[in-house]
Design a protein around this ligand. Structure first.
Ligand code: KIV
Ligand code: ZN
Length: 387
């Protein structure tokens, strides 16, 4: 099968940083950007240059120092924002500008207080303005998924005519269902004049827990690019999580016909760095990078794993750089798991001794919930089973 490579556009440092309490200093942004480049993302959106001098400096330094990755300057559809984004990204080896303006009626009425006609004109004018400076122009009609289809198609066609080369359709408030979101991409590709010569991009928020599913639906309906953040950080409940999307594609490559250029062995390190610098802890049960993602407590699962890893694991944690400690000893653990763990201490017991240790182990497991290696050593010690 001929697999299509998805463009991974990382917005951890722009949309991700909008997560409450996740603000980063410029030097922290540079550290993360260098790690994102090692991870193998295709595009980095390092911030919002017009937002503050620190943001401008961070985008400028990343444009100068981070190699082998395209840098995206983010701007409202306003000349002064575009000017700042053009200046901040000037030294990047490869760059694009990303312009946005709201398109949904609710945003037009209450936020912009403008008519569709006025917004359409601003979008046209600002894309034409930006095009004088940079060839690659990405345009986002914000709140695309709550925008009437007729107006959305009109706006997309208008900005393509002015020179936009990438159209991003954001599900700004995480409202779309996968089928609807996929259908929107199929319609834009089919019905918009000029859509055959541009790239389409998906940008999903996770308010209903559908960001990854929606992004996949877009990719299956012709999107070329996925906008993601590490650990899924972002406004409210966050954005499509890079590590989840990438591992869905890697694990179900044949079913999806897609690949990415991400280096899996850098995923865990990147996730830890972003969590630490943004002070955003990772939920224990978070797919791919959560503490429990590769730990197993049930005796039946532990037994299967000891016979063959793939019985209960669909991804290889070692490939992701996750430290390996798959078996958690507790009240659900079986004799086989206990035998395996004490063997790791170099202890082999006769059957009756193992039975006796197993009975004492279950008593401690009921009391303590989780039997640590220290607890286990103490249990063995009590009966003279020196490791
Ligand atoms: O969620 C959103 O609509 C955005 C756009 C500005 C791209 O982040
Ligand atoms: Zn967003």
């Amino acid at each position: 099968m001929n697999h299509r490579q998805v463009i991974i556009f990382d917005t951890t440092l722009r949309d991700g940083e909008q997560a409450p309490g996740a603000s980063l200093y410029p030097e922290e942004k540079v550290r993360i950007a260098k790690q994102l480049a090692r991870l193998g993302v295709d595009v980095i959106e390092p911030g919002f240059p017009a937002a503050s001098p620190g943001e401008f400096a961070a985008v400028q330094q990343i444009s100068r120092e981070v190699e082998d990755v395209e840098i995206c300057g983010f701007a409202r559809a306003v000349e002064s924002d575009i000017d700042a984004a053009v200046r901040a990204t000037r030294d990047a080896a490869k760059r694009r500008l990303h312009l946005f303006i709201s398109s949904s009626q609710i945003h037009l009425d209450f936020q912009l207080r403008k008519t569709q006609k006025q917004v359409l004109q601003i979008a046209r004018d600002m894309v034409a303005y930006a095009k004088q400076f940079v060839d690659v122009i990405e345009f986002s009609p914000m709140d695309a998924t709550r925008t009437g289809m007729e107006f959305l198609l009109e706006m997309v066609e208008a900005v393509i005519a002015e020179g936009a080369t990438i159209i991003n359709l954001p599900d700004t408030v995480g409202y779309a269902l996968p089928e609807e979101y996929g259908a929107m991409f199929a319609r834009v590709r089919k019905e918009v004049r000029g859509a055959d010569r541009i790239l389409l991009s998906a940008h999903c928020h996770n308010d209903l827990g559908l960001a990854v599913a929606n992004t996949l639906a877009a990719l299956q309906n012709g999107a070329d690019q996925a906008e993601v953040t590490v650990n899924g950080i972002g406004e409210r409940t966050g954005n499509c999580a890079l590590e989840e999307l990438v591992m869905v594609i890697a694990t179900r490559q044949e079913a999806l016909g897609l690949v990415t250029g991400i280096r899996q062995e850098e995923i865990y390190r990147t996730s830890r760095l972003v969590s630490q610098l943004t002070r955003s802890p990772i939920a224990y049960n978070k797919p791919v990078v959560g503490r429990n993602a590769f730990q197993h407590e049930s005796g039946i699962h532990q037994d299967g794993l000891l016979k063959h890893r793939a019985t209960y694991e669909i991804m290889d944690p070692e490939r992701l750089g996750v430290p390996r400690h798959m078996i958690v000893l507790g009240k659900h653990s079986g004799r086989h798991a206990l035998k395996h763990r004490i063997a790791q201490f170099g202890v082999t017991l006769a059957d009756e001794e193992l039975d006796a240790l197993f009975r004492r182990f279950k008593v401690v497991a009921d009391e303590k919930k989780h039997v640590s290696d220290d607890d286990l050593l103490a249990l063995m010690d009590a009966k003279g089973h020196e490791p």
